[in-house]
Design a protein around this ligand. Structure first.
Ligand code: GLN
Length: 558
């Protein structure tokens, strides 16, 4: 273990959805900008081995790392804030811990001892914390976010492990930061500190004294309130940090900086480093708040009632908006409704159409209709994963004349399975972790739109799918005008397709949203939003701008 590594544990109290992930990410960014080498990690207290088999309605988006781990969406925030590619070590679930412990028991690894939560499960949790710092580099700080809310039964082993970890590794090397809620009670016109006091009490019962409290609040915390929290929760007044609601999540690190949070952390962990360089980040946030122009892009999916299911896409729109100096307003379009009412009702007036990834046949025909509407009306279009597959199906049916074309995921008897199961997927019977997952190289076709957008012949992108464009139909499709603009290095897998006779129509088999960063918008998103801006100018109805800042609130809605 890196002897110099320091550890920060972020817990949450009172209620869920306070934005622990954003808080941990913001701390990570501030420390990184002070020159420290930072890794973030999330512990999820559920028994699923990973969220890969969970419904997006339950869990939100599944975030995929370069090394192919299917992880919690908070890892997306981590990567976007600290601009570092994380690995499977950064997301640990109770399911993984138990899997390891039980497998070790079956192998006889415990030499006949009774296997128990303490010490065996807690030992494994501690090993995973250390593992996060062992990535071949000198990691200065590991920030571990503990999922769930203090007081949850399933979170107890993690908190016990955190308590022991600090005891084992030295008090001065570890820090506990607790995120709580200070609600404003309208009738009393007062902020209330009691929930925070109770939640700290719950932590103290487990043996954890938080060093710093981050208090989510609608209103400013005055000195009286801060003093009261400090007194009852046994911390210094400057260790009570105000985290007021802000319109953009990207402002949170700047808020924390103003409150002196990173200075306190560095003092307490004896980290000597210069103040953070936040100039570029500040410029980005200023831009988010000052843009006046806007475009509207339709997100045509089936999980549209839970925006968390498309978290990274929404963030990628923000990044691409900053790059194009325009706000992106998302119109959430449920493709089952498109099937009922026709595309015009739901898509009229948008300047872009995005069909995101997905599984299962519900709403598929609505997606096909949305793609057709975009294609026929020259509306800028981006299809991601399932979105590419649907674009190929639409093109096959309506342009290439392949009647009944479909994906074998939705129609086993289609006369033209233009999308089919990948060869290596045919023999799989297990669901978890068996898709084509993680980063793979992609070769880009010279002279294509993709080539213009990327400005390169090669890229690496992250994947999560079982099906692919059926090579038996590649010729029929390209003869009809579709261009294959990205392929795997052996040429076998279609990674990107486009329609060169449209202003902007492109599909990708990978997930570009997983690699977009605040100051480095992904080329495909940047291209889509740029094309939407041009489309709007060309089709301007002369109506005034109505700009809305999206990504409005940094609370996670689960
Ligand atoms: N269901 C499709 C497949 O498995 C698409 C997956 C996705 O969009 N992530 O290939």
């Amino acid at each position: 273990m890196g002897g110099k590594t320091k550890y920060i544990f972020v817990t949450g109290g009172v209620v869920s959805s306070l934005g622990k992930g954003i808080a941990a990410s913001s701390i990570g960014l501030l420390l990184k900008q002070r020159g420290l080498n930072v890794v973030l990690q999330k512990f999820d207290p559920y028994l699923n081995v990973d969220p890969g088999t969970m419904s997006p309605f339950q869990h939100g988006e599944v975030y995929v790392t370069d090394d192919g781990a299917e992880t919690d969406l908070d890892l997306g925030h981590y990567e976007r804030f600290i601009d570092r590619d994380l690995s499977q070590r950064s997301n640990v679930t109770t399911g993984q811990i138990y899997e390891t412990v039980i497998n070790r028991e079956r192998e006889g690894g415990y030499l006949g001892r009774t296997v128990q939560v303490v010490p065996h499960v807690t030992d494994e949790i501690k090993a995973r914390i250390r593992l996060a710092s062992e990535n071949g580099e000198n990691v200065d700080v590991v920030i571990t976010e503990i999922g769930g809310t203090t007081g949850d039964i399933e979170g107890l082993p993690f908190l016990e492990a955190v308590r022991q970890f600090r005891l084992n590794h030295g008090r001065e090397k570890c820090l506990n930061i607790h995120l709580t809620l200070v609600p404003y009670i309208k009738a009393a016109r007062e902020l209330k500190t009691k929930p925070t006091q109770h939640s700290v009490k719950a932590l103290l019962e487990i043996g954890i004294q938080p060093d710093i409290l981050i208090c989510r609040t609608e209103r400013p915390l005055n000195q009286d309130i801060r003093g009261k929290i400090a007194l009852f929760c046994n911390v210094d007044i400057r260790e009570v940090i105000e985290a007021r609601d802000v319109p953009s999540i990207y402002q949170v690190p700047l808020q924390f900086r103003k409150e002196g949070l990173d200075d306190i952390i560095c003092d307490k962990l004896h980290l000597t480093c210069p103040p953070p360089d936040m100039a570029e980040w500040e410029r980005m946030v200023e831009k988010i708040y000052s843009m006046t122009e806007s475009v509207e892009i339709a997100m045509c999916g089936k999980y549209v009632h839970l925006h968390d299911a498309y978290k990274s896409i929404v963030e990628s729109f923000t990044h691409a908006g900053v790059a194009n100096d325009v706000h992106v307003n998302v119109r959430w379009v449920d493709t089952e409704k498109v099937e009922q009412d026709g595309p015009e009702t739901h898509l009229a007036g948008v300047q872009g159409v995005l069909v995101p990834g997905g599984f299962g046949d519900r709403g598929i025909e609505g997606k096909v209709m949305a793609v057709r509407y975009a294609r026929e009306n020259n509306i800028p279009f981006l299809g991601i994963c399932l979105g590419l597959q649907v674009a190929v199906i639409e093109f096959a049916r309506n342009v290439a004349g392949l009647k009944g074309a479909n994906s074998s995921e939705f129609d086993q008897d289609s006369p033209h399975p233009v999308i089919d199961l990948m060869l290596e997927q045919r023999s799989r019977t297990m669901m978890g972790g068996t898709m084509r997952l993680g980063s793979y190289p992609c070769r880009i076709t010279e002279g294509s739109l993709a080539h213009r957008l990327y400005g390169a012949f090669d890229t690496d992108e992250r994947h999560r799918h079982r099906f692919e464009v059926n090579n038996a139909y590649r010729k029929a499709l390209t003869d009809a005008g579709m261009v294959v603009s990205g392929v795997s290095p052996d040429g076998e897998l279609v990674e990107m397709m486009e329609l060169p006779d449209r202003p902007f129509f492109i599909g990708c088999q990978f997930h570009p949203e997983l690699k977009s960063r605040p100051n480095r918008a992904h080329p495909l998103f940047k291209g889509l939003v740029g094309a939407a801006k041009v489309f709007k100018r060309e089709h301007d109805t002369g109506q005034g701008e109505q700009s809305v800042i999206h990504g409005d609130d940094w609370r996670e809605e689960r």
